[in-house]
Design a protein around this ligand. Structure first.
Ligand code: CP
Ligand code: NVA
Length: 313
């Protein structure tokens, strides 16, 4: 049954700490049951998935998860919609609200997801915008909890580009008491607005931004990175040599705690932001993180549109 107060999930600020833990606990329960256990938590519900950028994990985990929960996913590449021919987002929101029960959207401008949510009478979930990737942060929290048995007091070091993945992780970290040290090249720090937002949010986590990767890695329980060139930035003149000191490699890993884990939201560019030996090392939990996308998104969907059903545990 739906247990979240919020209508939409756009940037991670919408969830209370208690709700985050409820999602994580349901995710673990769903994970124990495995991907083939048929459930009826969103039976009869239809979910529209609008994608304006490529995706492997987000698209497939949402589609599979919706099916596994008894719902019906409809994948819509944005070029198949009349939006491409000038129909407004607000008109699209109203029409889809009359056919479906939730909209998942991956797009460029975060304002597009906000506009959709404003005009949709049904929940809207952000499956990544240029500014935020909150579904990724949910899976990241579950992964840290599984491997470190807690979230509060964990030291997480993030290296590379202060981007969408970093922004949602900052909000999630602050909320759950994770201390996050972010090391980026000059000019690629996280958005000042997001830094300010985390400063004014409730939560125990301490967020610090550096330009020195060794400083961020010291005493870290978790080392995290993302690609240096995000979707939509391919034509920008981004000087990748600036990012080299922020690569997660064996030397950087050796500066963290001995039992530190390594995370990456994927897709990875082996040899750029992270070396192949680290991705494939014992300290890497990167593929657990990818697997957890399925279970945290299923729990999120139950939280937003779950139905009462006699077959539900
Ligand atoms: N991590 C992530 O969102 O991957 P996809 O781009 O493959 O969905
Ligand atoms: N920052 C990356 C994340 C991919 C999941 C991008 O936006 O392309």
């Amino acid at each position: 049954m739906a247990f979240l107060e919020t209508k939409d999930f756009l940037d991670f600020t919408e969830l209370t700490k208690d709700e985050v833990y409820k999602i994580l606990s349901l995710s673990s329960e769903l994970k124990k049951e495995g991907k083939n256990k048929k459930r009826y938590d969103i039976e009869g519900k239809t979910v529209a998935l609008i994608f304006n950028k490529p995706s492997t994990r987000t698209r497939v985990s949402f589609e599979a998860g919706i099916f596994q929960l008894g719902g019906n996913p409809i994948y819509l590449h944005s070029s198949d919609l009349q939006i491409k021919r000038g129909e407004t987002i607000s008109d699209t929101a109203k029409v889809l609200s009359s056919y479906t029960d939730l909209i998942v959207i991956r797009t460029h401008a975060h304002e597009e997801a906000q506009e959709l949510a404003k005009h949709a009478s049904i929940p809207v979930v952000n499956a990544l915008t240029d500014l935020y990737h909150p579904c990724q942060a949910l899976a990241d929290l579950l992964t840290v909890q599984e491997h470190k048995e807690r979230l509060g007091g964990i030291n997480l070091a993030y290296f590379g580009d202060g981007n969408n993945v970093c922004h949602s992780l900052m909000i999630a970290a602050k909320k759950c008491g994770i201390n996050m040290k972010i090391a980026t090249p000059k000019g690629f720090e996280p958005s000042k607005d997001v830094v300010k937002l985390t400063e004014h949010m409730e939560g125990e986590g301490k967020i610090e931004v550096f330009n020195d990767s060794a400083k961020a890695a010291s005493k870290a329980d978790v080392l995290y990175t993302d690609v240096w060139v995000s979707m939509g930035e391919e034509d920008e003149d981004k000087h990748l040599t600036l990012f080299k000191p922020y690569q997660i490699n064996k030397e950087l890993v050796s500066k963290a705690k001995d039992d530190a884990i390594v995370m990456h939201c994927l897709p990875a560019h082996r040899g750029e932001e992270i070396t192949a030996d680290v991705i494939d090392s014992k300290q890497s939990v990167i593929f657990d993180q990818a697997e957890n996308r399925l279970y945290t998104q299923k729990a999120l969907l139950v939280g937003l549109i779950g139905v009462e059903h006699e077959n539900i545990l």
